[in-house]
Design a protein around this ligand. Sequence first.
Ligand code: SAM
Length: 333
Amino acid sequence: MNVHNAQFTGWRWQSHDGAFQTMRRLIVNPSVERLHTPVLLQEVLDLLRPRPEGKYLDCTVGVGGHAEAILERSRPGGMLYGIDRDAEAVALAREHLGRFEGRVTLVHGDFRDVNRIATEQGWGSFDGVLFDLGISSHQLSDPERGFSFLHDGPLDMRMDRSSVGKTAAELVAKLSESELSSILWKYGEERWARRITKAIVKAREREPIVSTRQLKELVEKSIPRPAWPRKIHPATRTFQALRIATNDELTGLGLAIEEAIGLLKPGGRIVVISFHSLEDRIVKETFRRLHQAEQPSLHLLTRKPLVPSQEERERNPRCRSAKLRAAERLGNP
Ligand SMILES: C[S@@+](CC[C@H](N)C(=O)[O-])C[C@H]1O[C@@H](n2cnc3c(N)ncnc32)[C@H](O)[C@@H]1O
């Protein structure tokens, strides 16, 4: 993955055009007041305990919601280092965190390269590390990104649009029926996976499936109306599954968490928020392995994952599947 700092010079942002357009639209559009509401914020702060001389690494800085709170809590000298694979998110975070000048370093990159990034940038070790997995509201609500069935747009779904990775439309066009079906089943727990996939394969023989609307309508037609889920749109699981596959979100996650733990000072803490049962399982198993090793390098701070309160779920329904696990680095290697 190519790591570079996205650069702002006033209104000009030297990155690819799509990102610049999104940036401009988000800033100019007055209805976009909040780009993302940070999930389990108080719990993150209680666990990371930011302090004035602390150094914190946010591996999924997004638009900087958690980062902002960490910087506030660690005034006046706390330092925040942030990574995101979405160049638009990095640019928005840079803007959002502008007032903390001199205390923030942001890099466009993949957290699976966290060790290399930290070494190349000379970041040293940290008092706290945060992973807040998945996507942010600003990504979800931008039709051009193709993450959501709520708006029509190109079926893209790549978090990193500067990458050579395949779009969701390319996966839908090229994967075999059984590959697609297993993606919907495994990542979306979609019990209608085979019917949906059959409909996709039939439809793509007629015309390419390139828009979120086309895919949404295919899913709606494939699931019998009485079997539609009551609390979520019937296309939710299909879209989630395709997003995970498009971005290969689970590969290397455990290793990245382990590398990030390796960057903690003794007594430093790691907090991971996941939104999918397979992600949570990877986090749990990685923590458990390091905790149960002959020379443990980790002390678990959460035996069971923390979940959002009823009040937070009502205020921010997007947090409903969040699970937080935290641990502390021990002195051993
Ligand atoms: C839930 S959002 C984070 C929101 C952030 N905590 C905030 O409060 O604004 C998740 C972010 O992780 C980024 N992301 C997902 N996978 C990544 C990866 N492998 N490397 C770097 N960033 C990643 C996404 O692009 C997205 O911006």
